[in-house]
Ligand binder design. Sequence first.
Ligand code: COA
Length: 269
Amino acid sequence: MAGRVPWATVLAMTFVEVTHAGHVSTLTINRPDKLNALSEQVLGDLNTAIEHISGLDHVRAAVITGTGKAFVAGADIAAMRDMHPAQAREFGAMGHRIFRAIEELRFPVIAAVNGFALGGGCELALACDFIYASTKAKFGQPEVNLGIIPGFGGTQRLPRRVGSAMARELIYTGKMINADEALRIGLANAVFEPDELLAAATKAAEEMATKGPLAIASAKRLIRDGMDHSLPQANELEMDAFGEGFGTADQTEGMSAFLEKRTPEFKGV
Ligand code: COA
């Protein structure tokens, strides 16, 4: 890949580290003593990381993972216990804003789920484009065990990802499922040995980074927004976006490269 650089830390905060190589950024949530639980501070660092990578023109794909035995074991229960309803609403809204920002990134994001992805952790993974899981991953929405509901989008994104019946079962029982079960129900796209997970996610991200970035951004937007429209309306959106794609240099380059039997070099214009 052109412009490839060695792995380098570009932004190290207390709870989130951002590294990048070539066109791929990796965000690592780093609060292992609390299983990477999402406090306001962790969410704040995650927000900064998302804003940071969204402003880097050369980034074309990202991976989100966690340090230690958890991806993210949920929102921070200790921080939430004494919240008043208005504070809880604001905390939930903060999670929603950040996870929406992940969905609105112009490039794909893979959740590399290395361990527990519970509550807000499962919801974070669901805000990513797709999930690669380690054999050690455990998924669940255990909020009902605490007497609350999922608050960072779980009641909405989980049924959209795995279907209403399976989402209801997971949310109403609060049970944990392993990586194979997550794969079976379509929550995870693939399962890897723990020491192969990050390499596999990075390889997939690197591969997507070689494709037309405007085309991927357009497809991501259509898949994300299409669900909120009727099928005929969503297909209209696709027709518009398909046509617009023919006004880009990437389209000329991609088709010319095919006809000239060479590898395309997409510039994202
Ligand atoms: N919020 C705050 N702290 C959390 C946390 C969370 N969501 N999940 C784990 N932790 C903390 C634990 O309190 C513990 O802290 P301590 O060492 O100061 O006591 C530390 O992380 C390690 O967790 P522990 O429970 O000892 O690990 P375990 O391997 O025995 O169990 C889990 C792992 C994931 C099964 C268990 O931690 C758990 O059920 N966590 C809560 C999951 C949850 O309900 N998430 C949804 C929140 S809305």
